[in-house]
Design a protein around this ligand. Structure first.
Ligand code: FES
Length: 199
């Protein structure tokens, strides 16, 4: 499967599944992706870092996990998605991530990520705290005729691009937050911890 040949149904299934798993994981539901995320109940209660295996995440897909009671999104962006980021730049409030509170220094770059393809975001709207919807299709939407993929918060119509950067003229005042995170190896991501030597 090429990066751009991602099944819409498959993508939606994974996203939906992980949302459900996040809510019922403690009950031990038997779903394939639960192995990606199983902090102990004690660790979860303490807000411990969450280890996530990301190598089964196909291009175009999003995985949702929970860290410190918040949804954290991991999106494996295709090359087409990455190439679309400069195209919305003129429509953004903070295209260069000048608000330093919204990402660690190591994610202050054109992709807002450690690895260009792998986006990690706290899935909480910076307006009043709803959780936006992932709308990766790079086609016209009812709320935006020139949509290039991203996140839409229907609570008050805030929009964010596929790097979590907020559009101008919406209620949300800042880009979506990038949480501290580091890669343990090529497939394992640890959310809640900065890379060694990073602030
Ligand atoms: S909470 Fe997202 S737009 Fe208001």
């Amino acid at each position: 499967m090429s990066n751009e040949d991602v099944s819409q149904d498959r993508r939606k299934f994974l996203t939906g599944t992980m949302v459900v798993v996040g809510g019922i994981g403690a009950a031990g539901a038997a779903v394939p992706f639960i192995k990606m995320w199983e902090p102990s109940a004690k660790a979860k209660a303490a807000g411990a870092p969450v280890e996530v295996v990301v190598d089964k995440l196909e291009p175009g897909q999003m995985l949702q996990v929970e860290w410190r009671g918040q949804p954290v999104w991991i999106v494996n962006r295709t090359k087409t998605m990455l190439d679309g980021l400069p195209q919305v730049r003129e429509r953004l409030q903070d295209p260069d991530s000048e608000n330093e509170d919204q990402q660690p220094e190591y994610a202050n770059n054109e992709y807002r990520s450690v690895k260009p393809e792998m986006l990690v975001l706290v899935g909480i709207c910076t307006h009043l705290g709803c959780s936006p919807k992932f709308i990766p299709e790079m086609t016209a939407q009812p709320f935006d005729s020139d949509w290039k993929g991203g996140f839409f918060c229907p609570c008050h119509n805030s929009r964010f691009d596929l790097a979590g950067r907020v559009f101008s003229g919406v209620p949300a005042p800042a880009n979506l937050k990038v949480p501290p995170h580091t890669y343990l190896d090529s497939s394992r991501l640890l959310i809640g911890v900065n890379p060694e030597g990073a602030a």
